[in-house]
Design a protein around this ligand. Structure first.
Ligand code: ATP
Ligand code: TZE
Ligand code: MG
Length: 276
């Protein structure tokens, strides 16, 4: 193992240990499909999730959160004001917040909502390749996706991710066979994970929430925290896959593996590489 890999593995372990020690409160305004797996992912990693989205509750609650995760998966007009208000509270308090632009190109309404949220300067944006390609382009339907699923490889989205990072000021992560993370300058790839993770709904939503938890414990290094979260989730997928018979049992074993992850497993599995 080269020294770079050793450093990444030790960074990922350090952040996971901090997360377990601090158990940061993560507010999630997320879609109906994902609520259960997102909350269970955060709990198994050591964070404390709360799915709170009524606009009336935000002034009391959002200031208590260590990070916010906003996910537009089942967006309706009534949810958007809460997403924006929570993001604004986070910005005022310098609390990190993370955006998951699910199916960004599905409709003009959703595309415009994502652009409005981007203008509120998320700390991190994590999407699949089709979502990031769509967001980086000017037109909502210029680059189709298949609803919530990607029709592109993550490596096809490297330039779009860099552009989106430069225009939005966010760290941008593209999930896929190689998870790509960029701040518009550095580009890092995390190669952990198994293809079967795509066959469980909302694993992408879950890793976005996990990124929020990692950024909560290392606010000043959002890129490193994002890479670490993606690698940790991917390693949990690899370990879980050893016991799984298909997507349903992988869902269970991935959550168990995340809960039980130790330093030795990260040292032997973390696979992160600099792409430029
Ligand atoms: N081909 C692959 N090989 C290994 N891991 C993968 C592969 N494709 C996706 N993953 C992993 O699966 C997880 C979910 O990524 P995916 O790109 O499927 O998200 P998504 O499309 O946003 O999912 P959802 O919208 O259902 O939440 C990530 O942790 C990613 O690294
Ligand atoms: C399937 C699906 N549809 C809207 S949100 C969601 C969960 C994965 O993003
Ligand atoms: Mg998604």
């Amino acid at each position: 193992m080269d020294s770079n890999q050793t450093q990444w593995a030790s960074k990922a372990w350090h952040l996971l240990s901090l997360l377990r020690a601090q158990s940061p409160l993560i507010q999630c305004i997320t879609n109906f499909v994902s609520m259960d797996i997102v909350a269970n992912t955060l709990l198994s990693a050591g964070a404390s999730p709360a799915m709170i989205h009524a606009v009336q509750e935000l002034p009391d609650f959002t200031p208590r959160a260590a990070a916010l995760c906003v996910n537009v998966g089942t967006l309706t007009p009534s949810w958007l004001p809460a997403m924006k208000a929570a993001a604004q509270i986070c910005n005022t308090l310098r609390t990190p917040w993370v955006l998951d632009p699910v199916a960004a190109s599905a409709s003009s309404f959703r595309f415009e909502a994502c652009q409005e949220l981007l203008r509120l300067r998320p700390t991190v944006v994590r999407g699949n390749a089709s979502e990031i390609i769509a967001l980086a382009s000017a037109e909502p339907h210029a680059n189709a996706s298949k609803g919530a699923d990607s029709v592109h490889d993550s490596m096809d989205a490297v330039e779009a991710a860099k552009l989106l990072a430069q225009t939005s000021g966010a760290v941008v992560a593209v999930s896929g066979a190689t998870d790509i993370v960029t701040d518009g300058n550095r580009v890092v790839g995390a190669l952990n994970g198994v293809a079967m993770m795509q066959k469980i709904t909302a694993t992408g939503c879950s890793v976005t929430a996990l990124i929020a938890a990692f950024v909560a414990v290392d606010k000043s290094h959002a890129l490193d925290a994002t890479v670490s979260a993606l690698a940790v989730f991917g390693v949990a997928g690899e370990l879980g896959m050893k016991m799984a018979k298909g997507p349903a049992s992988l869902r269970m074993h991935l959550i168990d593996a995340l809960y039980g992850l130790d330093e030795a497993a990260l040292n032997s599995h973390v696979n992160i590489t600099s792409l430029c």
